[in-house]
Design a protein around this ligand. Structure first.
Ligand code: ZN
Length: 163
């Protein structure tokens, strides 16, 4: 065993449960299939990364992350009213439905959610679905190892799935 702690350029394996304000469990990872990330590279939300710094293998911590350090506040400028004719007639739109769109001017893919349905217009919400949410993470540090030079250069952990 080493005395490695969570620090920049350390590959960290965590088990976690992510809970929203209303108690909904949004996401989790178990100790047998942990989330593996490179600390200090912005791989996870900044409010969580900071709070895990200095922990050892086996440590548990509950971390509450305010919207400003997670996915941001809901931005009123990120709503857009568009004509319903923008969508195929056979597409049944529902409030809360996620849509994949393409920005007309840049060609970039965009994600939006249907916020309101009107007779001939649709209010789209381009905020991140977790904007405005306070996130609570129950985290356990499962494993730590020093990152390789290649991982540090790439800015992410190599887990065998990605490169
Ligand atoms: Zn890589």
């Amino acid at each position: 065993m080493s005395d490695l702690k969570v620090a920049d350029n350390v590959v960290v394996s965590i088990a976690y449960q992510l809970t929203l304000d209303d108690g909904d469990v949004l996401d989790s990872a178990s100790a047998s299939e942990p989330l593996i990330y490179l600390q200090g590279a912005g791989n996870i939300i900044p409010g969580l990364e900071t709070e895990l710094s200095g922990l050892n293998v086996g440590d548990s911590k509950q971390v509450t992350v305010a919207p400003g350090k997670a996915y941001g506040e809901v931005d009123p400028n990120e709503f857009q009213l568009v004509p319903r004719t923008l969508f195929p007639e056979n597409l049944e739109l529902e409030v809360g439905m996620g849509l994949r769109l393409v920005d007309q001017s840049t060609g970039q893919p965009l994600e939006a959610y249907v916020s309101e349905l009107h007779e001939d217009k649709v209010l789209l919400d381009f905020n991140h679905p977790l904007a405005g949410e306070t996130l609570t993470f129950d985290v356990e540090i499962v494993a730590l190892r020093q990152a390789t030079d290649e991982e540090i250069a790439h800015g992410h952990a190599h887990t065998g799935h990605q490169h």
